[in-house]
Structures are given as structure tokens and as C-alpha cells.
Write a protein that binds this ligand. Structure first.
Ligand SMILES: NC(=O)c1ccc[n+]([C@@H]2O[C@H](COP(=O)([O-])OP(=O)(O)OC[C@H]3O[C@@H](n4cnc5c(N)ncnc54)[C@H](O)[C@@H]3O)[C@@H](O)[C@H]2O)c1
Length: 257
């Protein structure tokens, strides 16, 4: 699939899934703007791998939970590469705590980054496209946690549920502008937030795998390929949808033999 002449902007682009998305979209022909809260030095290898594919790549250190920084990021990217037409709100954090003990600070931080940050980014980028009379694609990186309770991650679940409705509201709002908006909802990915939670806990890993009907964790590149699919300029109809890729986890069937 060709994404030539497209410019993609990805938040949390130095994380495991974000960097896989950046490389995949570059491989499909897009130039790439990566934003993340990490220092610029951390971006060197991702930027180099995008450039080795013959595409342009720029990095901006940005805190996605700050609307002023996000607006500035969209503007500087538009000046450096052109107006981004593929918008991928991906940055998120997860703080383990059940709801009885969850601190207000951890609640606030997760909603600020995971939900508000995605809103600031997608709205600023979509309004820029409208101003320029350009169409585009927004692909939110959601989660199966939007519709299934994870007792150890309540604020994360609430944020992802909000993100799903944000995706649908934006799909309704921007369809007339040729901007299609969808969500990818992965199950357990062998990376990033899950890897941090599962690190050094082989028994938990085994137990999680045994509950996934297809019996495998998802690799970041597999998420990235579905993002590329939803960015396809030949798609004129898929909007407001959730692409659930959880290996059947959400089916949650009780199997008594
Ligand atoms: N790993 C999984 O199992 C899994 C499953 C379903 C959904 N997801 C979703 O995939 C996305 C990527 O997660 P990941 O697993 O690659 O995690 P990750 O931790 O590897 O990547 C997240 C990135 O976001 C960045 N970030 C954090 N706070 C930020 C802020 N305030 N501003 C800008 N950037 C910030 C981090 O620095 C990091 O690079 C998230 O939206 C996550 O909810 C992950």
C-alpha cells in the first residue's frame, strides 16, 4: 500500500508500538513526525531507521498532556514537513493499582495523558486539515481495556473507554471534511506497557497466554500493519469503527467440560 506524499504524526513514537508504527508507515512511503516526552537523544535510532527507508523524519520533545505544547508541535511539524494527514494518537501510561487504593495523582495523570492528550492532538491536527481543506486519517491506539474491566488498571480502562467515544464523536464531526477516524484496540502486546507489567513474572505471563484463545501475544509490528491498513487513502468508508485485535480475549467464554 502506498502512503506516498502523506505525512504521519505519531505521539509516544519512541515507545515499542509507536516506533513500530513510525517504521511501518515510513515503509509504506510516508514522511514521519515523532513526538514523545523523552529527550531528543532517545530518538536517534528510530529516526535513523526511518531515514534508511528513504523517508524524512523529525523528532519533537512534547508533553502530550499540555495543550499548548501540542498545538505548537502540530504547527512546527507543518512548517518542517507539511501538514500531517495521518494522525496517530498513541502515547499512554499505565499505573497499576486497584480502585480502592488508586491515588488522585495517578488517576489524573492517566486521564490527562491517555485521554486529554489524544484529544488535544487529534483536534488540533484535524482542525489544521480543515483549515487547509485537506482530508486525512486519524487512528487512535485504544485497547480491549475500553470494554473489559482490568481491576488493576481502572483509570487506564476509563481513559480507553473515553478514547473510544472520542473516536466516534470525531468520526461524526469530521466525515464532511474527508477525515476518517478509527480506533485499533489491541489485546496484550508483547511490548511496552504490558512488558513493563509482566517483566520478571513468568507465571503471570503463562497465565495470560493461556487465557488468549489464539494462544499468542501480539507483536508491535502486527499493530503497526493494522494502523497502516486504516491509513489507506483508498478507504473512503471505514470511519467510527473499532478494529479489535485481541486474539479472542474479549470473548471471555466460560468453558466447563
Ligand atoms: N503494550 C500493550 O499490551 C498494549 C495493549 C493495548 C494497547 N496498548 C496501547 O498502545 C499504545 C503504546 O503503548 P506501548 O505498549 O508501546 O507503551 P510504551 O510505554 O512502550 O510507549 C508509550 C510511549 O508514550 C510516551 N509518553 C508517555 N507519556 C507521555 C507524554 N506525557 N507525552 C508524550 N509521550 C508520552 C512514552 O515515553 C513512551 O515512549 C498505548 O496507547 C497503549 O495504551 C498497548
Amino acid at each position: 500500500m502506498k502512503l506516498t506524499n502523506q505525512i504521519a504524526i505519531i505521539s509516544g513514537g519512541l515507545g515499542d508500538i509507536g516506533s513500530a508504527i513510525a517504521t511501518e508507515l515510513a515503509d509504506c512511503g510516508a514522511d514521519i513526525a515523532i513526538g514523545d516526552i523523552k529527550q531528543e537523544a532517545a530518538a536517534a535510532s528510530v529516526i535513523a531507521s526511518i531515514q534508511s527507508l528513504g523517508r524524512k523524519a523529525v523528532y519533537t520533545q512534547v508533553d502530550i498532556s499540555r495543550s499548548d505544547e501540542v498545538e505548537e508541535w502540530i504547527n512546527t511539524t507543518s512548517r518542517a514537513l507539511g501538514v500531517p494527514s495521518l494522525i496517530i494518537p498513541n502515547a499512554a501510561i499505565a499505573r497499576m493499582s486497584n480502585i480502592k487504593k488508586l491515588s488522585f495523582h495517578d488517576w489524573d495523570q492517566q486521564l490527562l495523558i491517555n485521554l486529554n492528550g489524544a484529544f488535544y492532538m487529534s483536534r488540533a491536527a484535524a482542525n489544521k486539515l480543515v483549515e487547509m481543506k485537506m482530508g486525512g486519517r486519524i487512528v487512535f491506539i485504544g485497547s480491549w481495556a475500553a470494554h473489559r474491566v482490568h481491576r488493576h488498571l481502572p483509570a487506564y480502562c476509563v481513559g480507553k473507554a473515553g478514547l473510544r467515544m472520542l473516536s466516534q464523536c470525531m468520526a461524526a464531526e469530521y466525515a464532511e471534511n474527508g477525515i476518517l477516524v478509527n480506533e485499533i484496540a489491541p489485546g496484550t502486546v508483547n511490548a511496552g506497557l504490558s512488558a513493563a507489567i509482566l517483566k520478571g513474572k513468568p507465571q503471570v505471563q503463562k497465565s495470560i497466554k493461556s487465557q488468549i484463545p489464539v494462544g499468542k501475544l501480539i507483536e508491535p509490528v502486527e499493530v503497526a500493519k493494522q494502523v497502516a491498513y486504516l491509513c489507506d487513502p483508498d478507504n473512503h468508508h471505514i470511519t467510527g469503527s473499532t478494529l479489535l485485535m485481541d486474539g479472542g480475549l474479549s470473548l471471555g467464554n466460560l468453558n466447563i467440560k
